[in-house]
Design a protein around this ligand. Structure first.
Ligand code: C5P
Length: 277
């Protein structure tokens, strides 16, 4: 049996570049994995079987763990089943990529259990079929992502930055937030400049999806204001929300109907992610 960490991600910056004919949006975003993670226990068996510690997560074929297993079989031609137990900590509808991470971890884990029939490049290609964020989780943990998020450029960003993730109980639907984006109101930034600033240690975080998320859930803006007033140097939404990540040497205040998680950036060299805890 394999026991693997399935980390969450934040978007250090996220720029919406345009709307595409296929309904998706072209993005330019710096993705970073963080040490707030699910744990996935995987072993091979005859028929797929998934269990999960959270009763809010479906354990049928709609779960990305089982979709990843199906995808692995389709591409390798191997007739293997997976026995998976998911210890869920990453909230869903948060913009933290929890489901996508679980899918990537399953692909990577199944490949290990089957004697590595696929290269990591192949796994990344197959991962694009499972969701826009899934290939990123097969990268080393810091990547500049373009296209719908699936085009990965690894970035050697070597900061062991601490952060807080703040998640209101209410979550947000990714398609709904994207549907509220008004392209005319977006700031005209050069994402390559944003990337360069991060590489020189200037953490200038922003997310073009924030305004769209405030339209869907106006109280989110009050939460951001509260966090900035608490003294954080930077408060930015991750993905399509509803979670924020906060940088700065302060503690988040107690906010009703909101949960806070302290974590730090993590990366991997080879193998898979390892817990620091
Ligand atoms: O690829 P994924 O399944 O994660 O996308 C979920 C939804 O989010 C898409 O159906 C689309 O509405 C929206 N999306 C988008 N542009 C992206 C990624 C996602 O519009 N780059």
């Amino acid at each position: 049996m394999l026991t693997l960490i399935s980390p969450s991600k934040i978007n250090l910056f996220l720029q919406v570049v345009g709307r595409r004919p296929d309904g998706y949006h072209d993005l330019a975003s710096l993705f970073q994995t963080v040490s707030f993670f699910d744990t996935l226990h995987l072993s091979l068996c005859k028929q797929d079987e998934l269990s999960c510690t959270s009763r809010y997560i479906p354990i049928d074929h709609t779960n990305l763990v089982l979709k990843a297993a199906e995808c692995f079989r389709k591409h390798t031609g191997l007739r293997v089943g997976v026995h998976a137990h998911l210890v869920k900590r990453i909230p869903h509808r948060a913009g933290l990529g929890g489901g996508s991470s679980n899918a990537a971890t399953t692909l990577w884990g199944l490949n290990q259990l089957c004697g590595k029939p696929a290269t990591e490049e192949q796994l990344m290609l197959w991962a694009t079929e499972l969701g826009s964020d899934v290939p990123f989780f097969l990268s080393k943990g810091t990547s500049y992502c373009t296209g719908r998020g699936e085009k990965i450029r690894p970035i050697p960003l070597k900061y062991s930055q601490k952060l807080w993730i703040v998640k209101p109980n209410r979550g947000l639907s990714t398609p709904k937030v994207f549907s509220q984006v008004d392209l005319n109101l977006l700031q005209n930034r050069n994402p390559e400049n944003s990337l360069h600033r991060f590489q020189t240690g200037i953490f200038d975080c922003y997310n073009d999806l924030e305004t769209a998320a405030y339209k869907v859930y106006p109280k989110l803006l009050d939460l951001k204001t509260t966090l900035l007033n608490a003294g954080f140097s930077s408060v930015s939404m991750t993905g399509s929300g509803s979670a924020f990540f906060c940088l700065g040497d302060v503690q988040p205040p107690k906010i009703p109907k909101t949960r806070c998680f302290e974590c730090s950036f993590i990366t991997r060299e080879e193998g898979w992610y390892e817990s620091e805890k």
